[in-house]
Structures are given as C-alpha cells and as structure tokens.
Design a binder for this molecule. Structure first.
Ligand code: CO8
Length: 264
C-alpha cells in the first residue's frame, strides 16, 4: 500500500492514512487501498477493533492533520461523471467502516475537513485530540459534501447544526465538536492513541460477537420505523442467545467468576 499503513497488535488494527505532502487528503488510490484493506481486515478473526488515524505531515508533525479532505488537485478537472464515480468510490469503503463486524474508531489528530470529517463520521466512534479542527468547507469550493457529509452530519448533530456547518463552512474546534455530538471524546493530543487503544481494549473485553450484532442492530434499525426496528432487535437478540458466549457469560455471572467470551 502506498498511502496506508496497517499495524496489528492486541487485536487492534491501527490504520494510518499517510500522504504527508497533502495532509492525508483522500485521492482515488487511497480510497481503493482503503477499500481493499478493510475487506482484508473484516476477514481476520484476530482484529476486533480498527482505529483510523492520520499520519504526520511532511515536517513530521503527527498532530497536524487527520485528513484535510478529498484531494482537490485530483478533483479540479473532474467532469460530472468522474465526480460521481469518485463519490461512489468513497462510498464503498465508507460503508465498510460503518457496517463491518469490527468496531471502527476515528482517532482525529488534527484537521478533519470535508472528506476528512466525512470519513470520521463513517466510523462508529470519534475521539478527537484537543487541537483537532472540523469543517465541511465544500460550498466555499463551489461543490457540496460528496462523501456522505450532507447525510451523516445531519444524522449525527441534527439538521440545524449540519446546515449551519455546511452553509457557512465554519471551522469548529474539538470542544465545539464534542458539544454538538460530532465527537465522543476530546483528549490532550499526546493521549489520543492511548485513549483510543484503551477504549478498544474495553470493547474487546466484551463479547465480540455480541458487540458486532449490537452494531448491526443499531445501524439497521436507525432508519426503520420503531415497531419494525424493535422486532428486528428481538430477532437479533434471539440469535445472540444461541451462542457459546451467552451460555458462558450468564453462567459465569451466576458462578461469580470472570467469563471466557470467545465468539466472534
Ligand atoms: N487536497 C489536496 N492537497 C491538499 C489538501 C487537499 N484537500 N489539503 C492540503 N493539501 C496540500 C496543500 O496543497 C499543500 O501542498 P504543497 O505543500 O505541495 O503546496 C500541503 O497539503 C500542505 O497544505 P498547506 O500548505 O495549505 O498547509 P497549511 O497549514 O497552510 O493549511 C489547511 C492547512 C488549512 C488544511 C489547508 O491545506 C486547506 O485549507 N486545505 C484544504 C481543505 C479543504 O478545503 N478540504 C475539503 C476539500 S473538498 C472535499 O473534501 C470534498 C469531499 C467530497 C468529494 C466528493 C466528490 C464526489
């Protein structure tokens, strides 16, 4: 891979987007690499959580940029058809981040602009360093967010705030992103990866199959009417009750011992 780095340890995959000369902007090659590596990771039983982050800039500053957007140099001459294809090229890996059985955490270490904010929003959880900056600056470039931003931002922070961010292109800092629900947590930048890894370890300590089914229940139910959504949840609950982990988890509780949860 030219623009991505994958490190796996302790059942956590750290996936680093690395284009130091372009503040990790997403070009076609990076999107294709991301798509391929996420398929690979999803098939791995030794990875339970994926942490997505941005690599250092060309001056080796690790806290400059998460992802500074889609690659403007690539987009500048796009025809309408090419632009649409580029959007769909991102949709596939972004849906993988959203729906893969592993939990995905964006560790946002600096600029999360345009496509950078959008890829963070495709992850299950966002943790921001205290110097992170979020924005959807597209309308200032004469375009609209095209990697799901008009949809996921409104779902995360509500329509009014999403419209304000998209219409004004205002930068918001990490604390404001936390206040409006765009990120789950803000931490000192030096503690970002540790915090993300600690959260990952906590998630891994639970029943991994149950976590993945809960993820599917939340995702699938979100756009359903409540009656069908609750019925879908009951069906998935039934499935979790057929597992080794359910028997072991409940028996361990009754026997007052730690559970050995192994399903995934
Ligand atoms: N694309 C390409 N190159 C970029 C990008 C980008 N998004 N962002 C930064 N770079 C490059 C710069 O061109 C520069 O390259 P060089 O050193 O060769 O001149 C290098 O990265 C460093 O950047 P700066 O010198 O500008 O660094 P500063 O610290 O001065 O500024 C900023 C940092 C504020 C982040 C600034 O670089 C900036 O404003 N970047 C653009 C941010 C932006 O507008 N992002 C949104 C892009 S549009 C988008 O994401 C749409 C997504 C949906 C597309 C859907 C298509 C269908």
């Amino acid at each position: 891979m030219n623009n991505l780095k994958l490190d796996v340890a302790d059942q956590i995959a750290v996936l680093t987007i690395s284009r130091p000369g372009a503040l990790n902007a997403l070009n076609s090659e990076t999107l294709d690499e991301l798509n391929a590596v996420l398929s690979e990771i999803e098939a791995r039983d030794d990875v339970k959580v994926v942490i997505l982050t941005g690599g250092p800039d060309k001056k080796d500053n690790p806290y400059k940029s998460f992802v500074a957007g889609a690659d403007i140099a690539e987009m500048v001459n796009f025809s309408a058809a090419e632009a649409r294809a580029f959007g769909m090229r991102a949709a596939e890996p972004f849906f993988k981040l959203m729906n893969m059985r592993q939990v995905t955490i964006a560790a946002v270490n600096g600029f999360a602009l345009g496509g950078g904010c959008e890829i963070a929003m495709a992850c299950d959880i966002r943790i921001a360093s205290d110097n992170a900056t979020f924005a959807q600056p597209e309308t200032g470039l004469g375009i609209i967010p095209g990697f799901g931003g008009t949809q996921r931002l409104a779902r995360l922070v509500g329509m009014g705030r999403a419209k304000e961010m998209i219409f004004t292109c205002d930068n918001i800092d990490a604390q404001e992103a936390y206040r409006i629900g765009l990120v789950n947590k803000v931490v000192a930048k030096e503690e970002l990866m540790d915090t993300a890894k600690k959260m990952a370890a906590k998630i891994i300590s639970k029943g991994s199959y149950a976590v993945s089914i809960a993820k599917a229940a939340i995702n699938n139910g979100y756009d359903m009417d409540i009656k069908n959504a609750v019925e879908m949840e009951a069906n998935l609950f039934g499935i979790t009750c057929s597992t080794h982990d359910k028997k072991e988890g409940m028996t361990a509780f009754l026997e007052r011992r730690a559970a050995d949860l192994t399903d995934f």
